[in-house]
Write a protein that binds this ligand. Sequence first.
Ligand code: SF4
Length: 95
Amino acid sequence: MTASSCKGCREEYKVTEEQIQRILASPAFAPERCVPDEIYAQRLELCRACPKLQGGTTCLACGCIIPVVAKLKERECPLPGQRKWNAYVEKTSAS
Ligand code: SF4
């Protein structure tokens, strides 16, 4: 097996924007499970600046598709001891 046979490195296995949008439209991404848009944008920005991001979509630390998992409240950056973003905890309105 050669390095070029790695599925993650081959063009035909690259995740397309259309595939991402299709996944995000599924019931698993109901609004109550998702972070607010500004948090999503912040997470994407942090990942874009991270050397672990491959091909603009895949985190090499966890193998996740970042534009998908960054939507979910309970997800967090997997880097041990250097987590770049955390699970989203909703702020309750203090009096
Ligand atoms: S989830 Fe963390 S380790 Fe993975 S690409 Fe984003 S910032 Fe980097």
